[in-house]
Design a protein around this ligand. Structure first.
Ligand code: ADP
Ligand code: VHF
Length: 373
């Protein structure tokens, strides 16, 4: 195993004024599918300590489905949506109750926030969620967030809470995101094999190439390491450092200790609106660009003009979010399109001055266009 090194990320976690901490199902529940009160209390002990030190903490907690397994006398984590929803309905109640009781040991009040993927995809809902979380924090409560599994459908759901946690971290302007799991770090191979080593620092994609990230999860969780790395990438490229660490060592993880895998923040912090445009909003179509237009919008941050568009896909209205793809089909940006999809085919490839007066405008204005990392 590599020697641990201190890092900017660990420092950021230890001094954060606002912290999002995500705990996975496997760290809260027993193998038989019930809540593990001892482990839940230990995590709450750590978080309460940070709150007492003046940090605003948002807890993103999985575990609803897993916590519903035993009360419903199921033998394992259900695979079908209806039983998952039933388990989440029973389990979320138990989870919320357990957190309320556990935080009450420190005279702390919790607020339950259940979000669907749709709540972050729709701009009005997104701002609503943001307002609620901010208000809960200013009222000195601990927001406890989970996906609203009982109404989420397979087509539109986060599924695992890692991505949701990265979104929430951005939404509340967190200084750092901590992902607590049953594994103590990201490994360069199967963590159960002795020849695998922990990767302590991730500075960029190169460090991730070394990791053979298995899609296997603990059996109680859903996402496995793939979704944790994706979430870490999403947060880091949006300017938020991420620490992945063991839930059993939450106290050390939230202090400056050399523990876990630290993902260094590498992008600049996007405004909430631009983050939403880039990562949360549902895209309704796609615009294909020639190379010149890609350089103009991605490198030179110019508005997208009709002359550089080579194709249009999807059915959308002016004001909808669209993907912007290079000639190879790689999505290089997302933005708000100012035309309906029906209007665009006539404009494609034409210079702005050739267009009728009422259509002489940018297809995607630079202010509404976010290049993707
Ligand atoms: N390269 C890897 N490094 C660390 N863990 C890995 C790796 N590949 C797969 N895993 C698995 O990912 C699991 C954690 O994912 P998951 O079960 O979804 O956790 P959680 O419930 O905490 O979200 C670990 O138990 C581990 O077996
Ligand atoms: N919202 C779901 C989360 C599903 C899940 O297992 O997530 P995770 O343990 O973070 O991989 C729940 O509470 O059961």
């Amino acid at each position: 195993m590599n020697a641990p090194t201190s890092s900017l990320t660990r420092h950021a976690v230890s001094v954060a004024k606002r912290l999002v901490v995500k705990v996975g199902s496997s760290s809260l529940t027993t193998a038989g599918g019930g809540l593990d009160a001892e482990r839940l209390d230990a995590i709450v002990d750590t978080l309460a300590c940070r709150v007492a030190a003046g940090t605003g903490v948002v807890l993103v907690s999985s575990g609803a489905i897993a916590a519903g397994i035993a009360p419903l006398k199921l033998r394992r984590r259900p695979k079908d949506l209806a039983t998952q929803q039933a388990a989440a309905s029973v389990g979320q109640q138990a989870l919320a109750h357990a957190y309320a009781e556990s935080f009450a040991r420190y005279q702390l009040t919790v607020g339950q926030v259940l979000l669907t993927a749709d709540d972050v995809a729709r701009r009005a809902h997104y701002r609503n969620a943001q307002r609620t979380l901010h208000r809960l924090l200013t009222l000195d409560t601990v927001p406890v967030v989970n996906e609203n599994d009982t109404v989420a459908t397979n087509e539109i759901r986060f599924g695992d809470n890692d991505r949701l946690a990265a979104m929430v971290a951005h939404l509340v302007g967190a200084d750092a995101l901590v992902l607590l799991s049953d594994v103590d770090a990201l490994y360069d191979g199967d963590p159960r094999l002795p020849e695998s080593s922990a990767i302590r620092e991730v500075h960029g994609e190169k460090d991730l190439e070394a990791a053979k990230i298995g899609d296997s999860s603990s059996g109680l969780g859903t996402g496995g390491m793939v979704s944790k790395v994706d979430a870490a990438r999403l947060a880091c490229t949006s300017g938020i450092p991420v620490l992945l660490a063991s839930a059993a060592e939450s106290g050390r993880a939230l202090g400056p200790a050399d523990t876990g895998t630290a993902f260094r923040a590498r992008g600049s912090r996007l405004s909430v609106r631009r983050f939403w445009l880039a990562h949360a909003a549902t895209a309704h179509g796609r615009l294909w660009l020639d190379e010149g237009a890609v350089t103009a919008v991605v490198d030179r941050r110019r508005s997208l003009l009709s002359a550089g568009i080579t194709g249009v896909e999807g059915a959308f209205h002016g004001g909808d979010v669209v993907e912007i793809a290079d000639p190879h089909g790689t999505v290089v940006a997302r933005g708000l399109c100012s035309f309906d999809s029906e209007e665009l085919p006539e404009l494609v490839g034409r210079s702005t001055h050739e267009l009728p007066d009422d259509q002489r405008r940018e297809v995607v204005h630079a202010d509404d266009l976010v290049p993707l990392p």
